[in-house]
Write a protein that binds this ligand. Structure first.
Ligand SMILES: *Cc1c(COP(=O)(O)O)cnc(C)c1O
Length: 359
C-alpha cells in the first residue's frame, strides 16, 4: 500500500487545472476594460476563435451554460419553440433557462447517441397555424454528453441543418466538446461546425483553461449576443487574464485531445474485462465512458462511492450507470492504476475491503 494514494479524478474534464504555460500567459496578459471593447487579450481570443471555427465573429462568455442561453436569446423571440435533442444539455441541465430567459418552450426530439432523425426534426417544425408557436431554433449537441461523448455523424448534422434551413430556422450547436468531435473524426473543427449558424464551445473542459467558453457565429448574431451577455451580467472587465489562458487552449491544447481519447479506449476495454461491469465500446468515441453494472451487489451510487474512496473519483450517471471522463491530468499510467483499483473494489463487494487500499 502506498502511503499517499494518488487521487485519479475521472468525474469530468472540467476538473483540469491550467497548464504552466497558461499561468504564465495569464500573469503576462495585456488587459483592458472588455465592456469598452478594450481588452486586447479578449479581442485576440475572439478573433482567433472565430477564424478557427470559420465564422465571422466570436464572444468570450464566462460559462458554457451562459453561452447556450445567450445563443437561444439571440436567435429567438418570446413564445417561440426550440427543437432540441431529448437528452441534450440545454434540455436537461440548464434549469429550464430557455423558458426563464428567452420565454420559449422546448420541443424535445429523441435521438440515437445524440443524433436526431432529420425526418423527426422536420415533423417537429411547426407549420402555419394561428394556434401554433413559431419554431425559432434547432439545437444540436456535439459531442453528446449524456450518450457518453458520442460524435454526431457529419451526414446527420448536415441533414438536420438542411431541414432546419429549408424551413428558415437557424441551428445552434452546443459544442461544449466540439474539439473532441473534430479530433475524433480527424476533421478541422471549421468543417464540423460548417452546417450550423452558431456554436458554443468550452475552453474550461478538455482544453484545460480555468474559466470560459466561446460563442461563435455571424457578426449580427454576435452583436445581439454581446447585448444579451451584458443583460445577464456577463460583461466582465479585465477578462484578458482569463482569455490569455483560453488562447493557449485553442492554440496548443486541441491536438492532445487524441491522447484523452486513447486513454478512454484503454479504460473502456479494461472495464469491460472486469466481471460485473459492461461498456458498450461502440459509444466510446471520445473522452467519456459510461459503464453499466451487472453485478447485483452494487448500484451506481455505492460503486461510485467505493471507487471514489479508493481514489478513482467518479459519479453515478443513472441507477446502474457510472461515468468516467479522461483528460489531460489523467495519464496512461493513471488509467492502468484506476483499472487495477476498480477491479479490486468491484471484486471485494460493497462490504469488503479491497486489498491494499484504504476505504
Ligand atoms: C459542460 C457543458 C455545458 C455547460 O458548460 P458550463 O461551462 O459548465 O456551464 C453545456 N453543454 C454541454 C454539452 C456540456 O457538457
Amino acid at each position: 500500500m502506498t502511503l499517499l494514494m494518488k487521487i485519479i479524478d475521472l468525474r469530468s474534464d472540467t476538473v483540469t487545472v491550467p497548464t504552466p504555460e497558461m499561468r504564465r500567459a495569464m500573469f503576462e496578459a495585456e488587459v483592458g476594460d472588455d465592456v469598452y471593447g478594450e481588452d486586447p487579450s479578449v479581442n485576440q481570443l475572439e478573433t482567433e476563435a472565430a477564424a478557427l471555427l470559420g465564422k465571422e465573429a466570436a464572444l468570450f462568455v464566462p460559462t458554457g451554460t451562459q453561452g447556450n442561453q445567450i445563443a437561444i436569446m439571440s436567435h429567438t423571440s418570446r413564445g417561440q419553440e426550440v427543437i432540441m435533442e431529448a437528452e441534450s444539455h440545454v434540455f436537461y441541465y440548464e434549469q429550464g433557462g430557455i423558458a426563464v430567459l428567452s420565454g420559449c418552450q422546448t420541443r424535445p426530439v429523441p435521438g440515437v447517441n445524440g443524433a436526431m432523425d432529420p425526418d423527426r426534426v422536420e415533423a417537429a417544425i411547426r407549420g402555419e397555424n394561428i394556434h401554433y408557436p413559431v419554431t425559432g431554433l434547432v439545437c444540436v449537441e456535439n459531442t453528446h454528453n449524456r450518450s457518453g461523448g458520442c460524435v454526431v455523424p457529419m451526414e446527420n448534422l448536415m441533414a438536420v441543418a438542411e431541414v432546419a434551413h429549408r424551413h428558415g430556422v437557424p441551428v445552434h450547436m452546443d459544442g461544449a466538446r466540439v474539439f473532441n468531435a473534430a479530433v475524433a473524426q480527424g476533421r478541422p473543427v471549421a468543417e464540423v461546425v460548417a452546417p450550423v449558424d452558431s456554436v458554443m464551445f468550452c475552453l474550461s473542459k478538455g482544453l484545460a483553461a480555468p474559466v470560459g467558453s466561446m460563442l461563435v457565429g455571424s457578426q449580427a448574431f454576435i452583436d445581439r449576443s454581446r447585448r444579451a451577455r451584458k443583460l445577464l451580467g456577463g460583461g466582465m472587465r479585465q477578462a484578458g487574464i482569463l482569455a490569455a489562458a483560453g488562447l493557449v487552449s485553442i492554440r496548443s491544447m486541441v491536438d492532445r485531445l487524441a491522447e484523452d481519447h486513447e486513454n478512454a479506449q484503454t479504460l473502456a476495454r479494461g472495464l469491460n474485462e472486469i466481471a460485473g461491469l459492461r461498456v458498450d465500446l461502440a459509444t466510446v468515441q471520445t473522452n467519456m465512458i459510461m459503464f453499466d453494472i451487472d453485478d447485483a451487489r452494487w448500484d451506481a451510487e455505492s460503486l461510485a462511492g467505493a471507487m471514489t474512496r479508493a481514489g478513482v473519483v467518479c459519479n453515478a450517471n443513472g441507477p446502474r450507470r457510472v461515468r468516467l471522463v479522461t483528460h489531460k491530468d489523467v495519464s496512461a499510467a493513471d488509467v492502468a492504476e484506476a483499472l487495477d483499483r476498480t477491479a479490486q473494489v468491484v471484486k471485494a463487494g460493497p462490504d469488503g475491503k479491497a486489498a491494499g487500499y484504504m476505504y
